[in-house]
Design a protein around this ligand. Structure first.
Ligand SMILES: NC(=O)c1ccc[n+]([C@@H]2O[C@H](COP(=O)([O-])OP(=O)(O)OC[C@H]3O[C@@H](n4cnc5c(N)ncnc54)[C@H](OP(=O)(O)O)[C@@H]3O)[C@@H](O)[C@H]2O)c1
Length: 291
C-alpha cells in the first residue's frame, strides 16, 4: 500500500494524543503530520518518531492553511470553543479542495443525525455536500470528562454537581476512540463514506458511575443533581463563562428527556477487543480520581 501523509488537527488534545499514539504503534509507512498552534510546545508532548512531524496550523488563522500542502488525508476535530461553522470550517474545507485533499475523517458525536443545532451536524453536512470522501467517528460521552471538564470540583471536593438527574449516558474511553480512529484512518478506502458510533458497553447514570468508582478504588465521591437554574448560578459564581455553562446544561440536562443511547459494537468489530468498562477506567485512573 502506498504511504499516505495524514494531517491531524487537535493533535495535542484528548483524542489527538491517543490517536497519534495508536497510529505510530501500527506498522506501516504513513507519515503523520500534527497540525498544531504551537509547534515547539507540541514537540515536547510527543516522543520523537521518524514518522511524526509538526506544522503550524490554526483554525482561526487562514494564513496557516498552507500547512495542508501535499497532504493526502485529514483527521478533523472541532475544538470545543469553535462553534461558528461557516466562519471556521467552510474556508477550511475549501482549502482541503484547493490542496487536492479528498479524504477526511471527522470526529463528530453520537446522535448527531438527530440534532440539527449542534455544530457537528453542520460540519458533517458541509463535508458530504462538498463531495469529499469521509468517515464520521461518532463517539458517546467521554469517561475522561471526569478527569478534565468535571475534574476541578471532583479533585477539590470529591463531588460532581450536574443537572443530569438520573439520566443515563453511554460512557466511552478516549483510548478506545483513538484506537478506532487510527484503524479507520489507516484503512480509509475500506471504511469510507460511513459513520461509526464508537461507544462503550455501559449505559449508566452519574450516581451509578460514582458508586462503581467508589467500590472499585475505595473512595467516597458524591454526585449531586441540581436543577439547571441552580447549576447556572453555581457555575456563574465560580466564574465559568456563560457559553460553556450553556453547553454543560445542554449536554447533561437534555438526556433526562431522551431515550437511552445505543451501545454500538463498532469498536469491537474494528479492534477485536471489548471496550473499557467504568470499573477498568477507575482502576487505571485511580491516582487522578482520588480527591
Ligand atoms: N467530551 C465528550 O464527552 C465528547 C463526546 C463526543 C464528542 N466530543 C467532541 O470531541 C471534540 C473535543 O475533542 P478533545 O476532547 O480531544 O478536545 P480537547 O482535548 O479540548 O483538545 C482541543 C484540541 O484543539 C486544539 N485547538 C484549539 N483551538 C485551536 C485552534 N484555533 N487552532 C488549532 N488547534 C486548536 C487544541 O490545541 P492547543 O494545544 O493549541 O490548545 C487541542 O489540541 C469536540 O468537538 C467535542 O464536541 C466530546
Amino acid at each position: 500500500m502506498e504511504a499516505k501523509k495524514i494531517f491531524i488537527t487537535g493533535a495535542t488534545g484528548n483524542i489527538g494524543k491517543s490517536l497519534i499514539k495508536y497510529l505510530l504503534e501500527q506498522e506501516g509507512t504513513d507519515q503523520i503530520i500534527a497540525g498544531v498552534r504551537n509547534v515547539e510546545r507540541a514537540r515536547g508532548q510527543f516522543p520523537t518518531h521518524e514518522r511524526l512531524t509538526f506544522r503550524a496550523f490554526d483554525f482561526e488563522d487562514q494564513t496557516t492553511f498552507n500547512a495542508l500542502k501535499e497532504v493526502d488525508r485529514v483527521f478533523l476535530l472541532r475544538p470545543p470553543h469553535l462553534a461558528d461553522v461557516d466562519r471556521y470550517f467552510k474556508p477550511l474545507i475549501d482549502a482541503f479542495q484547493q490542496n487536492q485533499i479528498n479524504q477526511v475523517a471527522f470526529l463528530s458525536v453520537q446522535g448527531v443525525e438527530k440534532s440539527k443545532v449542534i455544530p457537528h451536524h453542520k460540519i458533517e453536512k458541509l463535508i458530504v455536500e462538498s463531495g469529499l470522501e469521509y468517515i464520521f467517528v461518532r463517539p458517546s460521552y467521554f469517561m475522561q470528562n471526569l478527569t478534565t471538564t468535571l475534574y476541578e470540583e471532583l479533585k477539590t471536593h470529591g463531588t460532581i454537581t450536574l443537572p443530569a438527574g438520573n439520566a443515563v449516558f453511554n460512557w466511552v474511553d478516549i483510548e478506545n476512540i483513538g484506537e478506532a480512529s487510527a484503524i479507520l484512518l489507516s484503512n480509509f478506502e475500506q471504511y469510507k463514506n460511513r459513520p461509526f458510533e464508537i461507544t462503550g458497553g455501559e449505559n449508566l447514570s452519574f450516581s451509578e458511575v460514582v458508586s462503581m468508582i467508589n467500590q472499585e478504588i475505595d473512595t467516597q465521591l458524591k454526585y449531586r443533581s441540581v436543577n439547571p437554574f441552580k447549576f447556572f448560578l453555581l457555575k456563574k459564581q465560580q466564574g465559568t463563562a456563560v457559553p460553556f455553562i450553556m453547553v454543560m446544561i445542554m449536554l447533561h440536562f437534555l438526556p433526562r428527556f431522551q431515550s437511552a443511547p445505543k451501545c454500538s459494537d463498532a469498536y469491537t468489530l474494528l479492534s477485536k477487543k471489548l471496550p473499557t468498562t467504568i470499573r477498568e477506567f477507575a482502576k487505571r485512573e485511580q491516582q487522578l480520581l482520588r480527591p
